[in-house]
Ligand binder design. Sequence first.
Ligand code: ZN
Length: 1022
Amino acid sequence: MRRIATVVLVGVVVALTGSTGQTQSPSNPYARDPKQPIDEAYTKKMKEYTTAAHFTSPLVDYLPASKTVPTPQAALGDVAGAPGKLPYAREVYAYMRMVEKASPRVKVYTIGRTEEDREMIAVAISSEANLAKLDENRARLAKLADPRTISLNDAEADKLVDQSVPVYYITGTIHSPETGSPTALMELVYRLAVDDSPYIQKIRNRIVTLVTPVVEVDGRDRQVDVYKWHLANPDKHWPSLIYWGKYVAHDNNRDAMAMTLKLTQNVLNTYVEWKAQVLHDLHESVAYLYDNTVGDGPYNAWLDPILTDEWQMIGWHNVSEMTKMGMPGVFTHGTFDTWTPGYLMFIAATHNGISRLYETFGNGGADTLERTLGPSDTARTWYKQNPPLPKAKWSQRNNNNYQQTGLLVSLNHFADNKNLFLKNFYLKSKRSILKAKTEGPAAYVFPGDDPRLGPQADLLRIMQLQGCEVSRATAPFTVMVPGRKRPARETTNDASASGRNGADGSDGSQEKPSGEKEKPSAPEARTFPAGTYVLRMDQPYSRIADTLLDYQYWAPDDPQRNPYDDTGWTFGELFNVKVVRVTDPKVLDAPMEAVKGVLTAPGGVNGTGSIFAVNHNADPSLATLRYKFKDAQFAVAEEPFDAAGQKFNRGSFIIRGVAADALGKAATELGLKVTALATEPTVKTHAIKAPRVAVMHTWLNTQDEGWWRLALDQLAVPFTYISTQNVSQDADLRAKFDVILFPPVGRGSAQQIINGMPMYGNALPWKKTELTPNLGTLDSTDDMRPGMGWQGMSNLQKFVRDGGLLITVDDTVNFAIQYGFTPGVSVTPAQRLKITGAVLRSKMVDAASPIAYGYDETLSIYSSDGPILGISNMIGGRGGRGGGGDTRRVTGRGTPDDADQPQGRAPSDPLPEDPRVEPWQAAPIRDEQLRNGINIIPPAQRPRVVLRYGDARDLLVSGLLDAGTEIAQRPMVVDVPVDKGHVVLFSNNPVWRGETQGSYFLVLNAILNFDNLDAGRKLDSR
Ligand SMILES: [Zn+2]
């Protein structure tokens, strides 16, 4: 949504903003309006569907009657929360529009479309007077949201606060199996529009409530299909919701950093354009209402403490009120740390508002069920004095009662304190602007001489999506920057240096701060060229920029033992883009202009000639270019070369058979610099095709592979989407595909990939039928249960032997190794290693491998407890450390450097020392092993390590890493030749949540060079 229609009302009733109508009685604040009749029939049904009196509240145990406004029954055929009733999004919207038609207190807005082109809406509810003056109110809120407009004048802000009505934004059912909020929100909208009780009137008069009843619209429609299938097949197991949105499932609530999904963009735009103060997201996974507003530590380190105080105030008030109403199981502290800023509701936290999230108790559908809870839910703790009951009959109506009661309590509290919260909103915005000169930094600087301007533009466009202003230097400028960055921490004992591993736990692999850290070097002056981008911190949304661009450190001994999500994400590192954190306030005086419109990287064709060269700098757009000109001739250089006075990296593209103007147009669009050459450069090359790619998924889980599909779609790299079941039925995969990507499954062992789901019970269809029109659109099957099977595995191995490339990642690496796809590669089980969604440093091992094209010596990557790999030159050989033999001497005569001497015989020549073997290398074959060397892998078939994990002392870039010595220096990306084909193993996850663009090209290189992966390889017979 870019613009909100102006509301035109004839005969506007002017009411004083903030007037509360009737006064709320102090002795019974929840009292109804005695003059307003209730809807007896509806109220009776609500009571019937509520399973116990304590599962409702005086706020929602009745429905006021209206002569004009239809109740949810008009759309549902029953009351909200009725058993068996789960409306599609369009039915929810139809109801909201019925209410809009009938009430001047309700307005419905389209806020955008989903990936599958379904509508998203927001419903505004407030008094007639407030709705009539929405634009004036918004103009005032905009000034509070950007205090630069009032010169940070507090007195002026106070006036605006007095005159303004805050906006409280509620979002429902982002998580599709959490099904209750749409009906709760339908009824809530009705109550807010109709109820004349003093409690509701106060909300209506003092607040604009904004509601998006369905956030994940594509997933909602699929979930309703599954529920309908369940109702039609009451005695059968029903298929689990394998797809939610088009790309990702549960992770749709982890997208608020990179903003890749439409739902995130649409909600953020709505939040920002309405200048809302709160974003309150509804979930269902905990009994009965966990208001995670207070949550648990560690809190995100970049937030204003004013917000964290608001969380305490609001959360505990919520618990207190609902406790007074006698509702069991309402609490606010616990479980959820607010470290990661990726959650949808966190959009408010990082944009000067208040983020909130409810977990209520849902049945995953609208069945009424007997529910039994475990001790962890039912134990009384200091923060849960009235815990949920061990056993209770639970209905969707109960869930709706809890959701609505909590929301009404919240809205009423917000109305009571509207000036406090508006003033805080202003103060947080103001302090975000002052941040540049108080806590700092003053700015983040994106140097104009970064060799990777395309990815730089991609990163800056994300900052623009976040609402940040970006400026561009119009002349060079010089500021002080920190000296060379030292490692975040060191290990007390770098196991790699001693040649011993930590398996016995005695090598002191605990990572403690060392006393002898390098001294940080003194700040130094640095000059940045014109064209450098500057993200100034003296702007209202500085905090989101600071959160994304700064480094994160999670102490391994933090009292929070279970991080809720990723612990590190530093965007400059993950995008492989240079970002400089500048604290010198002089940067704010540099000559610069604001960037207008969407930021792009410079691109186009320079020079003349019919041969075109494009430098390989790992800009993902290069892959887009290859597929865009599918029929042109593309070759890549196997060595660096010079041409037309420029240096080209290894892997650079040399293009023929394409028209200069067509190429120029594409290069401009993609931000790629192309050089036309009159003569062919003299360098060894090989051709690259536009390979036929398949993405393979299981029917166990599609969550993590969805991010891979999204990345390929964004890059316009075409692929065929297949399942492990397709593979089991196709004996000639090589005829169809050059490359099969097998992204992480996310759960499930290698055996589960083969076996699939248990075959007990009935078939689980996932397909489009009259009953389930929204299923089977991405992929379909008559039965989700069967896995790849042994036939499928055999077909997949044949695909590789026939010359195909199989790419495996994280847990599918284990699958490939366990089932013998990768001779010479082994996995070492982790002992104490803990990498919780962190950024680690990797190092180049074999820069001549095509997989490494375009990359430098080091690369930051995303990792989360990936497999610890080792390689060997022998089948059955154990990879990893120690393979090279221990060079320490045995007990005997002499000094540590002397040889021992058996007595009574002449001294013999000392044994030749084994060469030192690094943890990422295979031990060389020994003379003794060469005798009848059945298990020796021929040199050309041995695993080739392309990248390895960094050294222990500088492995960590951002986040939580504990016992890092276990994976330090181990192979990270390994290319295993198998007959005519290859298997490439990624121990890291190079494609994750749209945040890891810097490592995308490792995968793209593998794809583009699938038939030349041995290029640049040096063979060693030992
Ligand atoms: Zn959820």
